[in-house]
Design a binder for this molecule. Sequence first.
Ligand SMILES: [Zn+2]
Length: 298
Amino acid sequence: MATGLKKADGQRWHFDIYALLEGAQELYFGHEVQVNVNLVELVKVRRPNGEEVEKCYLSPTKRRGVERRTLLWAPTGDGQLLGDRWNCGIPKTCAKQECPVCNVYGGLITKDEKDRKRTTFIGRLTHGGGVAIQAQAPEEKQRAMHPSDIRRGGDSGEPTPFRRQYNQPGLLYPVYNHCLSVTDGEFQPVAYAFQDSLARIGAGNPKGVRISSHDGTPLLVFDRYLVPKGERPILSPSLEDSEKACEEFLRAARHVEGKERQTSHISTDNFERWSGQEALNKLAEFADSFVNEVLKKS
Ligand SMILES: [Zn+2]
């Protein structure tokens, strides 16, 4: 059966973003709630010696949600938000191929409605990584009690303190975004969302991560290709040393076709890689095109 995807005007490519993110302050990405304690998401990782350790987790599905919302709330030239322009939201996606968000993130309409047919439109952007490098346990803090308790005053009995776990500042999270068969134009919102979501990652407050750097070089790699010739800077979840993690990331970033390269832009048959500041500049170029060609147009 055919995919149903319309034919593109030009060449389709595969795109990958690899980054090592750092939480600049405490972060909360909720997992479950126990009696008055909001817990962060953790994953179990087995060390080479068989020992099990719990690590903080910047879940790819949650990062995807933040990126999607960043796009839906992006300002357009006529004073609207992009999501309002397309009548596209979370969870009520428009699932139109022309919508720059659903086009790559996918869309779902679960039942037939007046002007919307039941649709599953599979996204071509996938998210990975997120297991923290350092095995540092989350910290539990007391926060203000729930506002409804304040409003209700004496009616609700004894006020209950409210506790929340936080991922500690300085944790490093390797993250990856992959795009399958998209054009340069279709990739633009992905580049925009990746960069613009960094300040908004996390639930509640505070929020935000930065792209970590090593000797002034942003730990970021961006590939556009038909044949994956570069070594993929994907870090093993069993790595716990942040210095080793940076070195391993940079080592993989330099290797294309099994050879070590000295430049931060590598171009070979059917494969192109930008790393460090060049990768950041290239992503910004795509994001600028999205703003100028899509968001600012009415
Ligand atoms: Zn949409």
